[in-house]
Write a protein that binds this ligand. Structure first.
Ligand SMILES: C[S@@+](CC[C@H](N)C(=O)[O-])C[C@H]1O[C@@H](n2cnc3c(N)ncnc32)[C@H](O)[C@@H]1O
Length: 398
């Protein structure tokens, strides 16, 4: 039975039922029991079960569709999430987009809702077949699927696209990489080709990719988007418009687990005011991870008229409450020098959250000293270096 026939078999009601019923069964017992279907071996079924389980949070649309085929785990790990794919689709407009690194096709499914004609290219033939099959299942009918080296395809075609999208593979000879020069295909070596074949280019890079390096290596940058989900940076998106002279506008997004997000923007190229230092005031502010990744935290703080509690401590303070602050806000209840005996008297056996910032002590060491439990909704002990020396700030998260 060839792959396509096996994929079709997966859509049988009994097979779907088997997968649904065993979504929480440990893999080892599934393997021991073996496959109840003559034409589908157990490893193939286990891969589907593992894939579906992985998709639950990251890819809910795929998860909800019982006829979706899942690729091996390694390919699934490399896909965009639905939240970030939707974000990318919102940026684009026009009639044509070519994706040079199609993968499992998450990004293209969302692009296909925004752009008339999508060209999906994937070099890995098994992954290609799976994505093509799934596009049909998801009724995404405006995606042309091509199983080829996308650079070769781009060289051969006479088409010019409104958008080229590229999410290079961060695995090179089975090693994880995060530099653009090591990812596949090589974006840096092909800038000229991309420029000739598109009006706009969108490149997704690793959250670990250095922003200053990006500004040096790439050209025509219009915007950089830093996308976080639940305060964890997931993607850097470089939006390139070949007619644009390099701009340093950075847009920072922090999504919750749904589609809601907080947003801020700043132009890195402008001169920013120096940050003032002050002792801890009524409110403490901690920027979200997108702002931290941008490196623009002090400039953002100046914009909000905040002071910093110490030059190298990334906590900001003010007597005013900022309602739209992109990050966490704490109300300060007490601020004093650190006295572990006193703290132990107050917190022994109690639940409290502990943060250490720019101070040479760990949370676990503090927990041991205080004999407290870690947790609770909103109460924090923040140990940090301030302009008044090392302090402990008792605060509640708003
Ligand atoms: C990070 S994944 C893309 C994931 C995709 N954006 C998604 O959301 O599913 C990169 C993909 O690019 C493919 N790839 C790498 N070099 C390629 C090339 N020269 N031509 C076509 N595909 C390539 C890899 O096989 C891999 O599946």
């Amino acid at each position: 039975m060839n792959l396509e026939e096996r994929y079709k078999k997966l859509a049988d009601t009994k097979v779907i039922q088997f997968i649904e019923e065993n979504i929480h069964t440990p893999v080892t017992s599934l393997v021991l029991r073996g496959s109840p279907f003559e034409s589908l071996d157990i490893n193939f079924l286990v891969n589907q079960i593992v894939g579906k389980k992985k998709a639950k949070k990251k890819l809910p649309t795929w998860y909800k569709n019982p006829k979706i085929i899942y690729p091996p785990k390694v390919n699934l790990e490399q896909t965009s999430s639905e939240i970030t794919a939707l974000h990318k689709a919102k940026i684009t407009e026009g009639n044509t987009l070519i994706d040079l690194t199609g993968g499992f096709g998450i990004d293209d499914y969302y692009f296909s809702k925004k752009i008339d004609k999508i060209t999906y290219i994937e070099i890995n033939s098994e992954l290609f077949k799976i994505a093509k099959f799934n596009f049909k299942r998801l009724s995404a009918n405006n995606i042309l699927c091509i199983n080829r080296d996308s650079l070769e395809y781009l060289k051969d075609t006479n088409n010019k696209y409104n958008w080229i999208y590229i999410d290079p593979s961060r695995r090179n000879e089975n090693q994880k990489v995060f530099l653009l020069k090591d990812s596949l295909p090589n974006v840096l070596k092909n800038k000229l080709l991309f420029g000739n074949k598109s009006q706009n280019l969108m490149i997704k890079t690793s959250p670990m990719y250095d922003i200053e390096m990006g500004y040096k290596e790439l050209s025509g940058i219009k915007e950089l988007h830093i996308i976080s989900i639940k305060n964890d940076v997931k993607e850097l998106l470089w939006i390139i418009d070949w007619r644009e002279v390099n701009s340093r506008v950075i847009k920072m997004y922090n999504y919750d687990s749904g589609k809601k997000y907080s947003y801020s923007t700043l132009d890195k190229g402008l001169n920013h005011n120096d940050i003032s230092l002050n002792n801890c005031q009524k409110y403490l502010y901690e920027f979200n991870s997108s702002v931290m990744k941008s490196g623009l935290y002090d400039s953002m703080a100046s914009k909000y008229k905040l002071s910093k509690i110490e030059k190298n401590t990334n906590f900001y303070t003010s007597n005013s409450k900022i309602n739209s602050f992109p990050g966490k806000t704490y109300i300060v209840k007490n601020n004093e020098s650190i006295n572990f005996k006193k703290l132990k008297r107050n917190y022994k056996g109690k639940y409290i959250n502990i943060i250490c910032k720019n101070i040479k002590i760990t949370t676990s060491k503090i927990q041991n000293k205080l004999n407290c439990k870690i947790g609770g909704d909103k109460d924090y002990l923040i140990f940090s270096k301030t302009i008044d020396g090392n302090r402990v700030i008792e605060a509640s998260k708003l």
